[in-house]
Design a protein around this ligand. Structure first.
Ligand code: F6R
Length: 241
């Protein structure tokens, strides 16, 4: 696990965009695994900026997102489909993008279809991850037993509280989601984990103290041969912002 510490969030986004650029330079038709949440927003802004100046071009690349609430309508403002359209896909042209279908009749069949689609695309070259304050990656929440493949999951109270900031009063917040499993995430050739902000300092500390905490799903990444972690100083030191 390579650890890169940047002074602040903006520099984390620049360093992450550089890794995306390198991936594209090596393989124009790369398959990217993408994430939602607050953490990657600045990275997506930087990618949009570089696409506008012609420094980056995703027109041959494909993208698979990590997760989606379930059930949720695609055009619901809080769906991850809507999030990705707003923050990236409406501005950056990809050869293809996929997000687990929050409207699927059969969530289990949808997860099997999603894993097969990733395989058919040749697997993920670069997987972007954020991390929950409880250590989740995707929506693989802390548990005794982890499904390997993509699956329907119940969100923990910690995740529901953390994500409630995106929902306005009176808006129903889904309590279940479809997520890529640890298995498909692990098949990615390179994993890029971004950890920013002092709220993530405690979980980041656990990730780097040389133990595999089974109740911190991100610790599985310690076993992957090619993981880059980019952190800001707030997440690295616990310094209050
Ligand atoms: C999002 C995802 C989640 C987030 C995590 C951190 O697609 O899979 O694991 O990366 O909840 O969220 P933020 O970045 O909002 O702190």
């Amino acid at each position: 696990m390579r650890k890169i510490i940047c002074p602040d969030y903006d520099e984390v986004c620049t360093a992450a965009a550089d890794i995306f650029a390198l991936q594209l330079k090596q393989k124009q038709d790369s398959v990217f695994g993408l994430a939602t949440g607050s953490t990657p927003v600045g990275l997506y802004e930087e990618i949009i900026r570089r696409c506008e100046t012609g420094e980056m071009d995703f027109s041959q690349a494909k993208a698979f997102n990590l997760d989606e609430y379930y059930p949720i309508e695609k055009n619901h403002p809080q769906s991850y489909k809507a999030f990705m359209d707003l923050h990236l896909f409406n501005k950056v042209k990809f050869a293809g993008t996929q997000i687990p279908n929050g409207e699927a009749d059969d969530p289990h069949a949808e997860c099997a279809r999603y894993d097969a689609a990733i395989e058919t695309a040749g697997g993920i070259d670069l997987q972007l991850l954020g991390i929950g304050i409880n250590g989740h990656i995707g929506f693989n929440e802390p548990a005794d037993v982890y499904p390997v493949g993509s699956h329907l999951t119940s969100l923990t109270e910690s995740t529901l509280i953390a994500n409630s900031r995106f929902f306005s009063e009176g808006e129903t917040q889904p309590t279940t989601a479809l997520t890529m499993g640890i298995g498909p995430i692990f098949k990615a050739k390179h994993i890029l984990l971004l950890i920013t902000g002092s709220a993530k300092a405690e979980v980041a500390k656990k990730l780097f103290d040389g133990k595999l905490y089974t109740d911190v799903p991100a610790c599985f990444l310690l076993l992957h041969p090619n993981v880059t972690v980019i952190m800001d100083e707030a997440a690295n030191s616990g310094r209050k912002e």
